[in-house]
Design a protein around this ligand. Structure first.
Ligand code: C6P
Length: 410
């Protein structure tokens, strides 16, 4: 889709109805986009239109509604394929989100080839979604989970990779942008290094999709996993990208309708990809809404979104440091979208509860990244995360609220 709109944050904000509401009598400041982004009208209307006018199951009916639903559903796949520069829409497997995409790769791609003593390499800054499925796989096969270290800024220690990338490693799993630290990882470089040893790489792109253009072919990865709700689309829908030949070679993961070509009691043959991996009735409205989210994001120049988001991120990083006793966790040179912090003598949960009374939504806890918390010696952090609709004046509101909250606790 061609670029049609110059980026103007006030116009962008008017696309998101929820931003008009108040919380505890204050204008909502939504700083929890990393958990789930808000949805623009275009996405809400695409879903609404599907249920009002086209609702039917896909791929199964000869009647008009079913054909319309199929076209809309497959249209969502095509839009997403183009958005991430997949070679074909057959390379997009719809899943419930990043978590399910990673589990699919673990069980279908890796499990059949894994032997005791083989290794899976992940980084110290992974979300649990890119740790636990591999741990489960290790328990099932006798393989071993190894960890790429990070430094005190929360950056990948890439210089440790040549020693770690031995012939025992059967897959590298790496987060593109860390949800707990905001670190942007050098994923293309890691892919290049792994490729030299013929090791496949899975990228967890959950946090990257809303912030940076993703070109799966240029990255050189083997698997890219994403979630619709992080990129202004619906919940319950996401995708796994892999090359068609890779998907063809993988056995199906779940069995049922849609994923078969012919079933007898003696034997079953599989459907073509990606249907082979989409057993059962899919999240049709989700795929359509995700397509609308792709259209929405594509209607801006990604460079303009990045400039705006970096301005908010840098301004917030500077202003937060004005607060006595505040420690930013994760100070990588290359960051996007996220600032985690602790405030001396104040538990993050208490902070989050008080800040909510100022109408400000931020997240507190371990952010499903407990090993990162352990690395930095904190049980939890408060986290602000930004979307394309956030502004520097919202950051000012946060600073005022934090200063008042600190008065209350100290
Ligand atoms: N992070 C956060 O608040 P799902 O739930 O499958 O859509 O995405 C899981 C996931 C995987 N990887 C990364 C880097 C993520 O950030 C997430 C989701 C949310 O940070 C919920 S814990």
């Amino acid at each position: 889709m061609s670029i049609v709109r110059p980026f103007n944050v006030e116009q962008v904000r008017s696309d998101f109805p929820v931003l008009n509401r108040e919380v505890h009598g204050k204008p909502l400041v939504y700083f929890d986009t990393a958990a789930s982004a808000q949805r623009p009208v275009a996405v809400i209307e695409a879903i609404d239109d599907f249920y009002r006018r086209h609702n039917a199951n896909v791929h199964r009916g000869v009647h008009s509604l079913s054909q319309e639903a199929t076209d809309l559903y497959e249209g969502g796949r095509k839009k997403l394929a183009d958005f991430i520069n997949a070679a074909s829409d057959r390379e997009i497997v719809f899943t419930r989100g990043t978590t399910e995409a990673i589990n699919l790769v673990a069980q279908s791609f890796l499990r059949p080839v894994l032997n005791p003593g083989d290794e899976i390499l992940v980084s110290h800054m992974e979300h649990h979604a890119n740790i636990v499925p591999w741990q489960m796989l290790c328990q099932q096969t006798g393989a071993v989970l190894k960890v790429i270290p990070i430094n005190q800024r929360g950056e990948l220690e890439i210089e440790s990779l040549p020693d770690l990338l031995t012939e025992r490693v059967k897959l590298v799993g790496l987060v593109h942008i860390s949800n707990a630290l905001g670190t942007v990882n050098p994923v293309a470089e890691v892919c290049r290094m792994a490729k030299k040893s013929g090791i496949p790489v899975l990228i967890d792109g959950a946090q990257a999709m809303p912030h940076t253009p993703v070109d799966v072919q240029a990255l050189g990865c083997d698997f890219y996993c994403l979630s619709g709700h992080k990129m202004y689309g619906p919940t319950g829908i996401g995708a796994l990208w892999a090359r068609e030949a890779t998907l063809e070679a993988m056995p199906p993961w779940q069995g049922g309708g849609e994923m078969i070509r012919r079933v007898t009691f003696e034997d079953t043959t599989w459907n073509d990809v990606p249907a082979k991996f989409e057993a059962g009735t899919p999240h049709i409205a989700g795929a359509i809404g995700l397509g609308a989210a792709v259209d929405y994001l594509s209607s801006f120049d990604p460079a303009e979104i990045a400039v705006h988001e970096n301005t908010v991120l840098e301004y917030a990083s500077q202003r937060l440091q004005e607060i006595e006793g505040l420690r930013i966790i994760g100070t990588a040179h290359h960051k996007a979208g996220v600032i985690s912090f602790t405030l001396k003598d104040v538990h993050p949960h208490d902070l989050g509860t008080v800040i909510d009374h100022y109408g400000i939504a931020l997240r507190t806890g371990h952010h499903c990244a407990m090993p990162v918390m352990q690395f930095f010696g904190v049980p939890a952090t408060a986290r602000v995360s930004f979307g394309l609709y956030n502004t520097v004046s919202e950051v000012d509101a946060l600073i005022e609220a934090l200063l008042s909250a600190r008065e209350m606790f100290v």
